[in-house]
Design a protein around this ligand. Structure first.
Ligand SMILES: O=C(O)c1cc(=O)[nH]c(=O)n1[C@@H]1O[C@H](COP(=O)(O)O)[C@@H](O)[C@H]1O
Length: 243
């Protein structure tokens, strides 16, 4: 295994008991890296982060902050106290907002005496098509260039990485410094349906494209055998790249 992150399971469940039952079916929850998103966090609050941490799970708290810098900075200070590993803000909130988020996380972590979360910028959601970018957002820049631009803005604002489709990673990676993270949801196995995702890739293609970590929800959580689905995705993600 390289320095890449383990497969991140998106725990998009409605409540704590469903979530904890799901996690407990894995033989070694302490080896899992899981994402807590809006649905679960809005229902359960910080208690779900503590419960998962008690099982040894590493947490990506994905709340996608997007507001004025002062509001985001204050919210980030609270998140920083939770001792999660990764968290998110929207790059479209701008450089001042992203810098405020980073500072908030550092301040919160220092106050709580925990390691600071790495802050990732959402670039263009994997559910956004090139046509929606052009016609709905009225952004004339092609989608891959828009993602690269937002990644550079995130890096200049002091953030640690971005979230995008794996399809954009190869183009933007050479323009960003080593250590900058590229976390890619929108992962599907060939036989899976795409659901509401538009820009999708398989785990092995994401790895070859240079992703630092993949986020996988429904292909694992809705599988008949989630542990087997996780193991298969992990195997594809971790298999060596043959150039
Ligand atoms: O921030 C994210 O994690 C995220 C960003 C993005 O552009 N697209 C995206 O799908 N996600 C998240 O990744 C997960 C994907 O779930 P599945 O489509 O079920 O694999 C969901 O929890 C989304 O919230």
């Amino acid at each position: 295994m390289s320095a890449n992150l383990p497969v991140i399971i998106a725990l998009d469940f409605p409540d704590a008991s469903t979530t904890l039952n799901f996690v407990r079916q894995f033989p070694h929850p302490e080896n899992l890296f899981c994402k807590v998103g809006m649905e679960l966090y809005y229902r359960e609050g910080p208690a779900i982060v503590r419960d998962l941490k008690d099982l040894g799970v590493q947490i990506f708290l994905d709340l996608k902050l997007h507001d004025i810098p002062n509001t985001v900075g204050s919210a980030a200070r609270i998140i920083g106290q939770l001792g999660v590993t990764l968290t998110t803000v929207h790059a479209l909130g701008g450089s001042k907002m992203m810098a405020a988020a980073k500072q908030g996380i550092l301040d919160g972590a220092a106050a709580a005496g925990v390691a600071p979360a790495k802050v990732l910028a959402i670039t263009q959601l994997t559910s956004t098509s090139p046509a929606a970018l052009r016609d709905e957002q009225q952004i004339a820049t092609p989608l891959p260039e828009s993602v690269t631009h937002l990644a550079q803005l995130a890096a200049q604002s002091g953030l640690d990485g971005v979230v995008s489709s794996a399809a954009e990673v190869a183009a933007m990676k050479p323009q960003l410094s080593a250590g900058f993270k590229f976390i890619t949801p929108g992962i599907r196995l060939k036989q899976n349906q795409t659901d509401d995702q538009v820009r999708v890739m398989t785990p092995d293609a994401a790895r070859r494209a240079g992703s630092s970590g993949i986020v996988v929800g429904r292909p694992i959580t809705q599988a008949a055998d989630p542990v087997a689905a996780y193991e298969e995705i992990k195997r594809l993600w971790e298999e060596p790249v043959h150039e």
